[in-house]
Design a protein around this ligand. Structure first.
Ligand code: GTP
Ligand code: MG
Length: 230
């Protein structure tokens, strides 16, 4: 099951938002930005299909679905602009292509912990998928307790002139428990009307729960494996 988390997959919506974006005034080669977005959108779809196919095949062979949910999102022109600003990057297509690797984003929620690494490995083993960047926040969680595997891969997108381009997609792979944790942490992060004292308490609890959830997921994994052995 693939969920599209925003409406930028719709080409006319995308064009409207690009036209309305202040990037128009900042980017000399603005017209090429639609083309960049088209390519990234195509790359998301390629990776999404690969993931669905892996899940189907795994289920047939092993009677187990590694993937619970796939979510896809395209970075909004507003947040692209914010990122260029924050990272002090040039407002050029060249700089966007080189530095902004997360215009296309896919989140894969897996049922169990082992499934995260299974999905990662089987995806990057595919001949046409190239690993560009990898961060393992599962074995090395962030200080706040954030856990997830982050990859940037490229996948070829074929063009009308018969050639292809290797186009980057950012993939976040995490378990159901890690997803539950990070949505709550995200909520806390963006709510700034609660008192500092209360926010600190929640932050400390969340940090503790990250480890607890991890331990529970390790235990659940063991039970699942045991049941599968029969
Ligand atoms: P960016 O330039 O911000 O993308 O930095 P980066 O590429 O170094 O980012 P990183 O790999 O740390 O994280 C990128 C994405 O992971 C974010 O946009 C979030 O979706 C997610 N993420 C990272 N850290 C956290 C966190 O502490 N809490 C939550 N809820 N999400 C996080
Ligand atoms: Mg990023």
């Amino acid at each position: 099951m693939i969920l599209e988390r925003n409406n930028l997959f719709n080409i006319s919506q995308l064009e409207i938002q690009l036209q309305q974006s202040p990037l128009r005034d900042h980017l000399q080669d603005f017209k090429q930005l639609t083309y960049v977005y088209m390519l990234r959108r195509a790359a998301i779809k390629e990776i999404g299909t690969k993931l669905e196919n892996l899940d189907d095949e795994f289920s047939l062979v092993h009677q187990h679905n590694p993937i619970n949910l796939i979510e896809e999102r395209i970075k909004s022109p507003a947040s692209l602009m914010e990122k260029l600003e924050r990272k002090h990057l040039d407002y050029t297509i060249e700089s966007i292509n080189k530095n902004i690797l997360d215009i296309a984003g896919i989140r894969v929620i897996t049922n169990y912990l082992d499934d995260v690494f299974r999905i990662e490995q089987t995806l990057i083993e595919q001949d046409d998928v190239k690993l560009v960047k990898r961060k393992d926040y599962i074995n090395h969680p962030k200080p706040n307790g954030y856990r997830s595997a982050h990859l940037v891969v490229t996948v070829p997108v074929f063009l009308s002139n018969g050639t292809h381009k290797d186009v980057p997609v950012e993939i976040q792979i995490r378990t159901v428990g890690m997803e539950m944790w990070s949505s709550l942490e995200h909520k806390l992060h963006y709510k700034n009307f609660i008192s500092k004292e209360k926010a600190d308490q929640h932050t400390a609890k969340l940090q503790e729960y990250s480890q607890k959830l991890y331990n529970i997921e390790v235990g659940m994994q063991q039970i699942s494996k045991d049941i599968e052995k029969g």
